[in-house]
Design a protein around this ligand. Sequence first.
Ligand SMILES: Cc1ncc(COP(=O)(O)O)c(C=O)c1O
Length: 392
Amino acid sequence: MKYLLSDIDMGEEEAQAVADVVRSKWLSLGPRTEEFEALFAERFGVRHAVAVSNCTAALHLALKACDVGPGDEVLVPSYTFVASVNAVLYQGATPVFVDINGPHDLNLSIDNLERKITPRTAAIVCVHLAGYAADMDRLMALAGRHGLAVVEDACHAIGASYDVGSDVRLHGRKLGTIGNVGCFSFFANKNLVTGEGGMIVTDDARIAEVARRCRSHGMTKTSWDRASGRAVDYDVVDLGYNYRGTELTAALGLIQLGKLARSNARRRDATMRYRDRLADIPGISIPFADRIDDSGHHIFPAVLDDAASRPAFRKHLLDRGVQTSVHYPPAHLFTQYASRCPDPASLAMTTDIAAREVTLPLHPLLDDSDVDAISALVADAAAAIARPLVEA
Ligand SMILES: Cc1ncc(COP(=O)(O)O)c(C=O)c1O
């Protein structure tokens, strides 16, 4: 494949850091994890950062720490990776799917969300799709009025700040730090990569405490606390899980955190160039094209006019070495969730856009000539799928 959908900026520095951990012979939670958490909290301007095994675990612990449980409803986009929804089910709560705004903005529609609030609603899981901030002004105001917890799934938005909206009190806050709790993923294709890994951030000491003990079986002390002489025994005070991060991932995370601003800037430049090159191609529109706020630029979605031509469009690009993807097949249409969606008609925008979306390559190693070459191939592909229609 000439043009990969995603690639990572990882090299000797990371290899050395992992080798150092191996030589230290302490591989699970330990000093590097504590250092990673402290630096993460400082960079994100939060009181607490808790490293976990992945973002799915982070979302689960976040909902548990917000006391979401059986009988509760949680508002969540259908237009997301299924982990955002699974976390709700792990807590025995009911996911209530919310629609998106439209082809120009793939984030939660706050109007649609508001209509779905009931006396049983306990929380909102908010995804900043592609790295662009959802409407946190309206979302936080609604959550405040109805007493709802807000869990930010900031997997796509790591490093981005909120600088849109009229509530200036929120301006400058990092995405993931506006709600009660924020969750990040360090999965192999994310902006900050450790292979597997995740982080929970919050200013709420109680949420942090629940997350900390429940990532390790509900224990009051960790193995590292005991190995380093900080404790001799432990109690188990909660139902916990094994959601621990490792020293290997923390060592990678420390270096990757140092690269994040530069790598997000490269993603932004590539995004701006794509927008320019793809602006006038018939049959394709670019979501978020007018957004100049500080996005994480995690992915570059495009939306075709015609859903039926998507396979041919993707095949045209694949045959020329361009890997594409779809973000996302909507959760409410998967077999697992279809029976949990009593009102699919209320997700009309999600269903429509998801059938027409194609994600183009975006990563920090993509240079200007790559973006130009991919854009030219996209223009060819658009012309190729338009041709049969014209002839007919
Ligand atoms: C929006 C979103 N939520 C949740 C997840 C789950 O993250 P992880 O793979 O770290 O569990 C992902 C990542 O794949 C994601 O993109």
